[in-house]
Design a protein around this ligand. Structure first.
Ligand code: PAF
Length: 296
């Protein structure tokens, strides 16, 4: 069965209104297309938990701080629809740029604090673009639940904060990162890796897992960080944007692991920027009493 692809907000609203009147719950999986198994696992989870599922495909110009990156972003709507067909989701919401941002569009949703660090510090305006489009997607689809991968962990926390602060009644569900057999986190950007860089790229996961394991054993983070960075550069990574130990809830920098600690990395290889993150084992299970904790 082919999935209906909706382009106009009127069509989308007619559909969601009918679902709501029938008392059906709606799940949304926001994507920029170039779907891989990670996206499909989000759609599968949404199917299992919601009566109706919408997958959105929109390459959001507002979240690209680099025009070259936007131009090179893969646009594969036809094959995305083919990949979604076996899942039998109810609709693909694929608005045009003008539908999403009509002439005169003047609103930005900006989440303070969480966006100052990690990717936010290296990609000015990126999270304003994400928060703005995700706010619109939540309101457009009227979703009860929205599914995001933990690979973009900072994005997940920003979206949670945004929904909480704006009283948007969409529950944000974080889903475990889906990995290739060698550990590389699935990402639409992996398509751009040349064969040699693709092989080397898996080192990022190995370095993070080893560091997480060593932290659990009590290793010193400063020394570990230096060794991990050296190993990445020796394997073929060209640049390390960040390699940080941070708290899961508010993303503040840590010098030593504590409950909820997580490792975060962004590195360049063969002209492609890769990100990944992992919890430090043994830390995630202990309870924190921090009042700014975000809902899971
Ligand atoms: O993670 C993505 O693909 C995008 O940032 C998102 C959430 C679809 C917003 O454009």
């Amino acid at each position: 069965m082919t999935t209906p692809i909706l382009r106009s907000l009127t069509e989308l609203r007619t559909l969601t209104r009918a679902w709501r009147l029938a008392g059906q719950s709606i799940g949304v999986v926001p994507t920029m297309g170039a779907l891989h198994d990670g996206h499909l696992s989000l759609a599968e989870r949404a199917k299992a938990e919601c009566d109706r599922v919408i997958v959105t495909i929109f390459v959001n110009p507002k979240q690209f701080n680099n025009p070259d990156d936007l131009a090179k972003y893969p646009r594969t709507e036809e094959s995305d629809a083919v990949k979604l067909a076996p899942l039998a989701v109810d609709a693909i919401w694929a608005p045009s740029g003008d539908q999403m941002y009509p002439a005169g569009f003047a609103t930005t949703v900006s989440v303070a604090g969480l966006t100052d660090v990690l990717c936010g510090a290296h990609r000015p305006g990126h999270f304003d673009g994400v928060a703005t489009v995700v706010t619109k997607l939540f309101l457009q689809t009227q979703a009860d639940r929205a599914y995001f991968g933990e690979k973009d962990f900072q994005q997940l926390q920003v979206v949670r904060r945004m929904a909480l602060d704006l009283d948007i009644p969409t529950h944000v569900v974080g889903c475990a990162t889906v990995r290739e057999a060698d550990g590389l986190a699935m990402s639409s950007r992996n398509l751009r890796l040349q064969p040699q860089a693709r092989v080397a790229a898996a080192t990022l996961y190995r370095v993070l897992s080893d560091a997480a394991g060593q932290l659990e054993q009590g290793a010193d983070w400063t020394a570990l960080r230096e060794a991990a960075a050296d190993r990445l550069l020796a394997t073929g990574f060209d640049e390390i944007e960040y390699l940080d130990l941070r708290a899961t809830d508010d993303l503040r920098a840590l010098t030593a692991p504590e409950a909820g600690a997580r490792l975060f990395a962004a590195c360049w290889i063969g002209g492609v920027r890769l990100i990944d993150n992992l919890p430090v084992p043994g830390q995630a299970l202990r309870k924190r009493t921090d009042p700014v904790r975000l809902s899971a």
